[in-house]
Design a protein around this ligand. Sequence first.
Ligand code: CTP
Ligand code: MG
Length: 391
Amino acid sequence: MDQELPTYHVIIPAAGSGTRTGLNAPKQFQTIHGRAILDYTLDVFENDPYCEGIVLALPKDMASTFVPKHSKITNIVAGGATRQSSITNALAALNNIKDTDLILIHDAARPYLHRDDLAKTLRAFKQDGVRAATLCKHVNDTLLHTSGDRPDRSELYALQTPQIFEYGLITKAHQQATTNKHTDDSALVTALGESVKLVIADHYNDKITFAQDITMAEKILPETVTYETRTGQGFDVHAFDDGTSEKPLILCGVTVPHDRALTGHSDADVGLHTITDALLGAIAQGDIGRHFPPSDATFKDMDSAVFLEKASDLVKEAGGKIINIDLTLICEAPKITPHAPAMIARVADILQIDQRRVSIKATTTEKLGFTGRKEGIAAQAVATVKVPEYE
Ligand code: CTP
Ligand code: MG
C-alpha cells in the first residue's frame, strides 16, 4: 500500500436515465457477464484501501429498496433531475466530515477506471497542494464546431472523472451554483475562481454513453463470474394430419409448403418444441409441458416461438448464455434443406443469438418406421449453454 496517498470518500452519481443509449433501462444497470455496470464501478472503490466510504445516488424509485452488495456503501440517496442535483443530494448526506477532507466524485457509467489512474489523481492532489483535480484525456479526433469553426484539438481536453475536491470547497461550489445543469463539478469550482489540476489518464476511462459502448463493455470488462458448460437434449414427435385441414406445416417457425400439416395442441412446430426442451434440459428446468400444460386452453394453436422465448428467458434469468443449438429433423418428406437457412434465421432471431450458433439439419430413416412411412416428423436436439458455476 502506497502510504503517500490521502484517504477520501467517494460519491457515485448513478441516478441518470441514460437516454443516449436508447435502451429501456439506465446504462448503469445494464448487465455485462451477469453483473450491473454499476457493480464494476463500485468494485474499484471497494478494493481501494484509501476509500473510506461510498455515497451512492440512485434513481428516486430505487433509493429505498436497493440492496447494497458492497460493504463500503455508507449512504444511498435519491438522485435529482440532473447529475449536478444528484451530487448536491449526495454531498448533503455526508456527515462527520471536515472541510479539508477529500471528496472524490466518479460517474457510475465509467466502470473502467484503472487503479493507477485513481492513484495518479490522488497523488497529484496530495503533491501539488491543489484543492481540486480531475482526470482527463487529450482529444484525438479533429473537431468541427456547428458554427463552422475548427477548434485546435491540441488546446482541448476531454474531462473525465474521478474529480477530487476538498469537501468545504465542493459543498460551497454546489451551494453557490447558479444553474443545476453543469455536467461536471470542476466547472462549479472554477466558477468560484479556484484552479483545477488536470491529470492525464494513462488508461481507457471513457464514459458509457451510447448503445455501442455497452457492446464494447462486453469485450473489455473482465468476467468475474466463473462459468460452467451444460448440455441438454430434446426429443419430440408430431403426427401428420390427413391433409384436409387448413393448417400450414410450420417447422422451426417457418411455413413449409407440404400437403399435410402436423397435429398438436399448439401450432405443432416439432422443431421449436425440441429446441425448447433441449434448452430447458440444459438448465434443469423440466420440459415444455411443465411450463405450458397442454390442458391449458390458452396454448391452443399457440405460436411455438412463445415456448422458445420462455426457455431463452429462463436461461437469461439463470445468468446464462446459449452457446449452440444443433437440431436434426427426421422425416421422409418434406425436404428440409432448402428451408434450413430460413429456419436458422428464425431460431437465431427468437433466441437473440448469432446464426452461427444454430445448426438445423435433417435425415430420413430410409423409409423405416413411422417417419419412414411418412406418418409424422420426429426431431432431436442438443443445446449447450454456459451458466454461472454453482458454489
Ligand atoms: N447522473 C445522475 N443523476 C442524473 C443524471 C445523471 O446521477 N440526474 C449520473 C449518471 O447515472 C451517470 C453520470 O451521472 O453515471 C454521468 O451522466 P451521463 O453520462 O449524462 O448519464 P445519463 O444522464 O444517465 O445519460 P444521458 O445523458 O444519455 O441521459
Ligand atoms: Mg446526462
